[in-house]
Design a protein around this ligand. Structure first.
Ligand code: IMP
Ligand code: MG
Length: 390
């Protein structure tokens, strides 16, 4: 029996999809749960180890491609029916069959409505992904939100909804998507609690797939430049409805450098040509928004903080192939002042020459500075199997 949480240790886009996919294919997993967030996420996998077969998952767990595993969209998530139906259609084209043994959606997950998207786009100082995530979670916290279960079970709400004149361009496809979900997939929208409990009782192996990253956590991230869900280990357990006592392992995923999309503090940001090279060589464009990602150096003050909040047992380092293309890499190990998580202080760096030929001493340095979690996986390329177990 195991419950493994796989979490982004930076500001998102660490390659969690690939690590989850690899983990599920190499260690026997029975269930993969997405606990929080919504279509603001974009988890990329290259199928069949072929870089022309790129799939970006936004709401469905990356475990969907691992055979005989049940994927769950958990209670802590928010769902846009349009993107969900689009995603399901795309995956069906790739041979995924949706039934009660492959995908379940918690009836407690909240629906993102067109007005949430409109509100999100209105005044976007934070640089959100514009997917209505914050406004939807705000409706939930205000207790005026509508869960997907309630929506489909209560015909009055559906009737009311039909009467509402939605001044939005995508209204037609929104209503169409709801109808498709209701007509074709309503058997997948259930109370997932008894099923998760059954798996725990039967000592099965469960993976919790985090979305975004610890520094975007609503409570512990760089507030207010954060997302609106809990991206911590505790948040993942909560969004899945799994008691903390069942957790067996937490894996933090981080890049050999740092990126962030949207506004907010980024102490190790590099605005020189080095940062630009990270951006182009690392293909650092948002997988959902297409936006250029801000780039900078690996920041161990930030990573240690993430590790303390999330309790990482193990770490997966990704994009090692990108940092190998550089003559040197810089790693931040301290800041000029102590306001670690909020103020954009100057980072103090250790410089390492020729990362390609010095990987073991660099990885050792990272582990020493973090004093706890061990680096157990290293991803050295975009393909599905470009991962070394250490
Ligand atoms: P929201 O989650 O769309 O509200 O965006 C809030 C902040 O989180 C913005 O800075 C986004 O760029 C960032 N963000 C949200 N989701 C992701 C993600 O999956 N990867 C990276 N950044 C994200
Ligand atoms: Mg992403």
């Amino acid at each position: 029996m195991s419950v493994t949480a796989i979490i982004g240790a930076q500001w998102g886009d660490e390659g969690k999809g690939k690590i989850v996919d690899y983990y599920c294919n190499h260690f026997p997993q029975d269930m993969v749960i997405r606990s929080q967030g919504g279509p603001n996420a974009g988890h990329t996998i290259y199928l069949d180890n072929d870089i022309s077969k790129k799939v970006t998952l936004r709401q469905i767990p990356s475990g969907i491609f691992a055979k005989k595993k049940l994927s769950i969209i958990g209670a802590g998530t928010v769902i846009n029916p349009v993107t969900l139906v689009e995603e399901m259609n795309k995956l069906q084209g790739l041979g995924v069959d949706f039934n009660k043994n492959t995908l379940l959606i918690s009836h407690r997950a909240h629906l993102i409505f067109p007005w949430h998207l409109q509100e999100d786009k209105k005044d976007n100082k934070i640089g959100t992904t514009g997917n209505g995530i914050g406004p939807c979670y705000a409706s939930k916290a205000k207790r005026i939100g509508i869960t997907i279960g309630e929506f489909f079970n209560n015909t009055n709400i559906i009737k009311d909804f039909d009467d509402i004149n939605l001044a939005s361009d995508n209204t037609a496809s929104y209503v169409d998507a709801l109808k498709i979900l209701k007509d074709q997939y309503s058997q997948l929208i259930v109370d997932t609690h008894p099923i998760v409990t059954k798996y725990l009782k039967e000592n099965k192996n469960i993976t919790l797939e985090g979305a975004q990253g610890l520094m975007l956590d609503l409570d512990f991230g760089t507030y207010p430049y954060v997302t609106s869900s809990s991206t911590t280990t505790a948040g993942l357990l909560n969004g899945a409805g799994i008691p903390p006592k069942y957790l067996t392992k937490t894996i933090g995923v981080f890049k050999a450098y740092t990126t962030r999309v949207g506004a907010g503090p980024f102490p190790s940001e590099d605005l020189t040509s080095y940062g630009e090279n990270l951006q182009t060589l690392g293909h650092e464009f948002g997988s959902v928004t297409g936006r250029k990602r801000r780039t900078g150096h690996l920041d161990l003050v930030q990573l240690k903080y993430a590790s303390e909040i999330c309790g990482f047992d193990e770490l997966a380092i990704v994009k090692w192939d990108i940092i190998e293309k550089f003559d040197y890499m810089k790693i931040a190990y301290d800041y000029t002042s102590t306001n670690a998580d909020q103020t954009p202080d100057q980072a103090i760096y250790q410089r390492f020459e020729d990362p390609k030929n010095n990987s073991s001493s660099i990885l050792k340095y990272i582990e020493e500075k973090l004093s706890g979690p061990k680096i157990t996986m290293l991803s050295y390329g975009p393909k599905r199997d470009d991962i070394k177990l250490l």
